[in-house]
Design a protein around this ligand. Structure first.
Ligand code: SF4
Length: 403
């Protein structure tokens, strides 16, 4: 693997990862119900929904994790990725009211806010020396159209040319198109021109319109989410994709969600990373949610790695699942833990306790302690820097195996 400036198409992967995968999988024996799946993986065949059910219901969680890790190691060796970023949520005012959302406010709420361009830039300035990405998502502001974001992104690039802008979920793109009476593709084209680097994947929830009607009525449909990401890829904007699980969906709906994303990526190759994260219930309106356990989070990370054979990166999103589970996620098929973040409201208002004071040394230490080699990446997974953290000032080593 190269250290800096690898072609984006490889996204940090070993060019011969399929040959490595065959070696990894053949090196051990697998339970009888996993053998045909292991065979398909070695040939890079897409797994079916039925295969996914076998994985989700396989009794041995550790064997499932080992299979997922065969794929991760074939693609990336022992390397795992992070970046130096900051989250700035530009407004919490939203015309919708998704039941799982603890972040949105009505315009008259005492703690409603909408940052002006100058306020946004002043906020970013505090972190600009230490980050190369700003991640911005927010509510659907009733007065902001595409012109507002063109101005914001142009000003950001002018003042901080080294910072990539990863911003706006599919529903925000749809809202801007409605406000400005243009197509979603035109919104994407104009924002790309203004400096937008990529789209985050938020808002996918579960790509099933019955589930969506229950948990986020009024949001974009499954078809619209997929169409907007396809359009982003067509205008040259890479994107990520997500899955919010542990609300009211069934396992089949999670698997169909993954298959829909995979089928789109067969056409566009524009998804860089898949981010599965569990619903957090604080200050939300979904008492009927089944909520996901820690083992279910790990199982879902592993299943995602195995189902999504054409999306290179699987993220253990520490902002949502916390540092300890993210560390374990790296043993269950994930290869990325996201970034320094520094400021975050959406997950924390819903109950996340993930620390926000991590600099790159702390993040690299987390990856290192999980038995992996930390690699700092840029937003588009096209340049990489191996970063070995200095040892912590005080640590009493115990005679345990690493990783
Ligand atoms: S999830 Fe997004 S669209 Fe839904 S209420 Fe929250 S801020 Fe608004």
């Amino acid at each position: 693997m190269t250290s800096v400036g690898q072609p984006a198409a490889l996204a940090g992967e070993h060019a011969d990862w399929l040959a490595r995968l065959e070696q990894n999988i053949s090196a051990r024996s697998w339970s009888s119900n996993l053998q045909s799946i292991a065979g398909k993986l070695m040939e890079n065949q897409a797994l079916t929904l039925e295969d996914g059910m076998v994985l989700y219901t396989h009794p041995d969680l550790h064997e499932l994790g080992a299979l997922a890790n065969c794929v991760r190691e074939a693609r990336f060796g022992s390397q795992a990725f992070f970046n130096s970023n900051v989250h700035i949520n530009q407004t919490n005012i939203c015309v919708l009211a998704c039941k799982f959302c603890a972040f949105r406010r009505g315009p008259k709420a005492s703690d409603a806010y909408a940052m002006s361009v100058d306020q946004y830039l002043a906020d970013l300035e505090q972190y600009a020396h230490a980050v190369d990405e700003v991640h911005s998502v927010g509510g659907l502001h009733p007065d902001w159209g595409v012109e507002h974001y063109e101005g914001l992104f142009r000003a950001t690039k002018e003042q901080f040319p080294h910072i990539s802008i990863k911003a706006l979920t599919a529903v925000e793109i749809k809202h801007l198109a409605q406000k400005s009476s243009i197509s979603t593709k035109e919104v994407l084209r104009r924002l790309n021109e203004a400096g937008l680097t990529s789209l985050p994947g938020g808002g996918a929830e579960i790509l099933d319109d019955d589930v969506r009607a229950h948990i986020c009525n009024g949001k974009e449909s499954s078809e619209e989410y997929l169409r907007i990401h396809r359009e982003a890829h067509e205008v040259g904007l890479p994107s990520n994709c997500t899955m919010l699980f542990g609300t009211v969906e069934r396992l089949e709906q999670r698997l169909q969600h993954m298959i829909s994303l995979r089928e789109l990526n067969d056409i566009t190759s524009g998804f860089q990373c898949f981010v599965p994260y569990p619903f957090l219930p604080d200050h939300t309106r979904l008492p009927e949610a089944q909520l996901a356990t820690g083992t279910e989070v790990l199982r879902t990370i592993a299943v995602s790695r195995l189902m999504l054979n054409n999306i290179p990166h699987i993220k253990a999103y520490r902002m949502n699942i916390g540092d300890h589970l993210a560390e374990l996620g790296l043993q269950f098929g994930a290869d990325d833990i996201d970034g320094t973040v520094q400021k975050e409201s959406i997950m924390h208002l819903a109950g996340s306790t993930a620390p926000l004071d991590h600099d790159r040394t702390k993040l690299a230490r987390l990856i290192y302690d999980a038995g992996c080699e930390p690699v700092q990446r840029n937003t588009t997974y096209s340049s990489f820097e191996v970063y070995t953290p200095p040892p912590p000032p005080s640590r009493r080593p115990l005679p345990m195996a690493q990783g």
